[in-house]
Design a protein around this ligand. Sequence first.
Ligand code: NAD
Length: 374
Amino acid sequence: MTTTIFRPIQAAVTRGKGAPFVLEQARIRAPEGDEVLVRIIATGMCHTDMIVRDQYYPVPLPAVLGHEGSGVIEAVGPLVQNLEVGDHVVMTYGYCGHCLACDSGHAAYCKDFFGRNFSGAGPDGRNALLDEKGEALHDHFFAQSSFATYALGRENNTIRVPKEAPIELLGPLGCGIQTGAGAVINSLKVTPGSAFAAFGGGAVGLSAVLAAQVAGASTIIVVDVVPSRLELALELGATHVVNSRESDPVAAIREITGGGVQFALESTGRPEVLRQAVDALGSRGALGVVGAPPLGTNANFDVNDLLLGGKTIRGIVEGDSVPKKFIPELVHLYMQGKFAFDKLVKFYDFDQINQAAQDSEKGVTLKPIIRIQK
Ligand code: NAD
């Protein structure tokens, strides 16, 4: 009989729908197979943590959320081949690695994406976390559950990054930042000299703005309703901003571009904004949809406008990122001063996690990063 070894950890637990995160003592089991145990240094907080806390997505509770972890490898399972203890890593979304989508380089559309990221347990249905009473906590959120001092990932979602990069900053590259940047670079393939509009200037939308500059877009428009976000968008390189509480964004974009943008990204998760984004596309324009509304939400658009305009609307998960390639590329761009995503973040201590959530929801903080430990 083998005995499972557990290590004491501290974790922020979500015990009920909309309930605050509560710091609790818990335990995590040692890595098995291709699993990797990461000592979490910091973790970004993303809108998706909040929509799961509020149960828009039915992850079973009580659970440990958190899915933008960064840290240092503490231990590896016996089947891990290319990572070692001491590596600095960013944790990203989970995928099976052997379905058709994964095999063809599109792991963000893995046939088991929901199971690997939102089921609240590992692929074998087991939990790796126990609370103080010895009861199982739902975990494996985005194949990590990184609102904790330690997190278990797998080799394929634990991405090595250079040791000279600031590890406490890098976690958001694993989800929100790679989603916005990847949507522009990998999915829409924004071209030099083109016009791009971000509907929503949160962490995802403004990462897209940074990436649109890397891609060489010459007109970059941000639509939002929060004046401070629009100001930041201009600082980050947007050429125009539109406050859609004050003016009609579709008319404004048509005027700025002389007919509509070639590329747009919807990151508000609001169907009425999605409609505006479709309407603001120029002839043969393409819209990427990343904003996540509650499951079952419908949206509408004018079919003939879509058809006669040759427009494209496509959903995008995680910026179509191949994480092992794209995350290090973003780190290099950052280190070269070409992708200043540090301007989006504000750091909080672990015991300020609820303040971070509140500030994010109020729009005061764009991308909170929770410092878990040194
Ligand atoms: P965020 O809340 O920081 O950004 C949303 C922005 O939309 C805010 O700045 C808000 O002011 C703005 N907004 C709200 N109503 C608006 C309106 N009527 N018109 C214009 N702007 C409006 O969130 P985020 O972290 O940037 O994430 C954006 C979305 O992307 C969320 O829904 C999140 O769940 C989703 N997401 C999706 C993926 C994916 O793979 N598809 C990955 C990460 C995040």
